[in-house]
Design a binder for this molecule. Structure first.
Ligand code: 3EB
Length: 341
């Protein structure tokens, strides 16, 4: 009688797991037309009222966050193959076959509340991504007006979280969320602006050992917890990590109220920790491989913030400063970005 051996199944590579060339993210000062003239440009973001307002090209999106201290460069995403773009049923879409950029803007007044507008936007987003050749969502950015307005469970950010969870649940997202940013604009327009990056292959969602997973935040932060992962390891050969909006939260609690210096240190410790979870070697964290966006709540904190980051980050780390509100009113700063190795 042959001894019974346990059977091992070789992990098989599904069609969705082929390694992709990395998306290249840069902050560029060239003219918009010159940037959009390149066939490999997947998306371009302009920031604030000084940025071009055109929507002639679906790859261009103006985000209504004011650059801290006047002007900001464009943020440019470059893919590898030729990009095709279109605008259809209210969604801007561009793809090179490996990656897709998409954006949707939804007026809250049309849906009656920020919660319902968000649910609508998320249903559309998930449907559109699921029906595409790039069905894996890596990263989502969410910008809404007056994010901290309203008390307790009525705070607009918390209503946004309810709508987002409903829109995602409708399509079976559960405990496998993309990386995200959620920031408040101050344009008074009450138009929800959401844009995303999706890919032909799935990334790997990462959590931060220093922080409770956002989707497990306790009830005190709202009826529905925020549904995002702390970071997403892109499906690339060389590590590329999309870091979610990160702030001075340890466990689930905000730390260092009214202390900018300590909030910055805690935020950087959190980013360092999630990069460690992604197995990025210490020497490769931040530096020339990182492009960070720094969201600062109070105008008066912009210059101190710049000084703090000059002190704490390697000189070659690229940073783009924006004025924006963070989803908990006691938080003064949030940082997101991408880390290449
Ligand atoms: C936090 O860690 C800070 O709701 O999409 C960061 C990143 C934050 C994304 C979101 C919120 C979001 O909870 C806030």
């Amino acid at each position: 009688m042959s001894s019974a051996k346990p059977e091992f199944t070789e992990p098989t590579l599904s069609a969705g797991t082929a390694a992709l060339p990395p998306l290249r993210v840069a902050y560029e000062d060239a003219a918009l037309d010159a940037i959009l003239g390149s066939g490999d440009v997947l998306a371009v973001f302009g920031f604030g009222t000084q940025a071009p307002a055109t929507n002639a090209d679906p790859r261009y999106l103006r985000v209504n966050l004011e650059p801290a201290g006047g002007t900001a460069p464009f943020e440019v995403w470059r893919a590898r193959a030729r990009v095709h773009a279109r605008r259809e049923s209210g969604i801007a879409w561009a793809s090179d076959g490996d990656y897709a950029f998409g954006a949707i803007e939804v007026a809250e007044s049309v849906h009656g509340s920020v919660e319902r507008a968000t649910e609508f936007a998320y249903r559309r987003l998930v449907e559109t991504i699921a029906a595409s050749d790039t069905p894996h969502t890596l990263r989502i950015w969410n910008y809404l007006d007056a994010i901290n307005l309203g008390e307790g469970d009525d705070e607009r950010y918390r209503r946004f979280c309810l709508g987002r969870a409903a829109g995602l649940e409708a399509h079976g997202f559960a405990d496998a969320y993309p990386a995200a940013t959620g920031i408040g604009v101050r344009d008074g327009r009450r138009v929800l602006q959401i844009y995303w990056l999706a890919a032909r292959s799935a990334g790997t969602a990462l959590e931060n050992p220093r922080q409770v997973s956002a989707w497990r935040y306790p009830r005190q932060y709202g009826i529905k917890a925020p549904t995002f992962a702390r970071a997403m390891r892109a499906p690339t050969q060389n590590p590329q990590v999309y870091v979610s909006g990160t702030a001075a939260i340890v466990g689930h609690a905000s730390h260092h109220r009214d202390d900018l210096r300590a909030q910055v240190a805690e935020t950087l410790a959190n980013i360092d920790s999630v990069l460690a979870a992604a197995r990025i070697a210490p020497a490769a964290r931040f530096g020339a491989g990182a492009a960070l966006k720094v969201y600062v709540r109070r105008a008066g904190d912009v210059e101190p913030m710049r000084a703090l980051l000059r002190e704490k980050l390697p000189m070659r780390t690229r940073t783009l400063f924006l004025q924006g509100d963070i989803c908990r009113s006691e938080l003064l700063v949030e940082i997101d970005g991408v880390q290449d190795v």
